[in-house]
Design a protein around this ligand. Sequence first.
Ligand code: ATP
Ligand code: MG
Ligand code: FE
Length: 333
Amino acid sequence: MIILGIETSCDETAAALVEDGRRILSSIVASQVDIHHRYGGVVPELASRKHLESIVPVTLEALEDAQIDFSRLDGIAVTQGPGLVGALLVGFSFAKGLARMLKVPWRGVNHLEGHLHSVFLSDAPPPFPFVALLASGGHTSIYYVTGPTCFQLLGQTRDDAAGEAFDKVSKMLGLGYPGGAVLGRLAARGNPEKIKFPRAYLDRDRFDFSFSGLKTAVNQYIKRHGDDLDGRIADIAAGFQEAVVDVLVEKVIRAAETTACRDIAMVGGVAANERLRCRLLHEGTDKKISVHVPPLDFCGDNAAMIAAVGYHYIRRGDLSQMTDDVYSRLKRP
Ligand code: ATP
Ligand code: MG
Ligand code: FE
């Protein structure tokens, strides 16, 4: 089955063609980062307008890349939420109209379920059941996954998401927005032991996270050393990154042990972080747990992961209605 995936939940306009939920035939991601960069964050109305401009060309490019025409589509999957309502509406309305015109089944998909499915786009996806760490710009959660559309939330952040903390600290250090990847590269040149920032393990037997205390500690450190930051930036970045990585790795390993899972998946934009990948792989090997990650390009927002989820719903006839609407806040997973 060939599914067209559409994603417009935030600041990427994306379209992809995926066969049988696994095989990527094409994947186009048009980032709006140049537009929002100067404002230090995503401006919702600008995002919606840009999606409107890009959605048709991006979709046509995905079809062209895969050498597939509309007549070969078996279904359309589109992000329904959570995200920016105006941005979601562009992709959602487009998908509805296209499905109606082509007379193909279509399904609205949860963006986070999409991130979870990005691991099935890798060469070595995990067998069920497994534990998944989702660390993205808006969410940081651990799930127990028992089937393609079956998962249970074990814990989540009480305040900031890990990616959000990376972005905020990057802003404090004057690295610009969005700064997760830049901060990660800078951290590689610093000493992670030099400055010890707090780790919020909270209740060690639970799987909740908190990153706002860490963010505040970095801010205070920067203020204290305001006159003398130049030589310290890489060490601050490394110290901050290490604190985030310690907590994420510890919690997801513990979740795997608690649920007796031998496999961990790590997904979401932060899963692209090199230090985190390296530390989790290492820790996993020690504990005889296999760690599975999506290909680097599929950690951040993309439409292949949306097509990958949609495939499972569409295949069993679990479809959306023409009257369905988007949602901004978390509904599920
Ligand atoms: P959500 O999926 O929760 O709705 P989102 O779609 O904005 O949020 P993603 O696209 O999954 O989030 O991920 C973007 C986040 O990943 C940003 O916060 C970004 O800073 C972070 N990120 C990207 N690359 C890296 C990296 N190498 N190291 C750390 N963080 C990173
Ligand atoms: Mg984005
Ligand atoms: Fe995302």
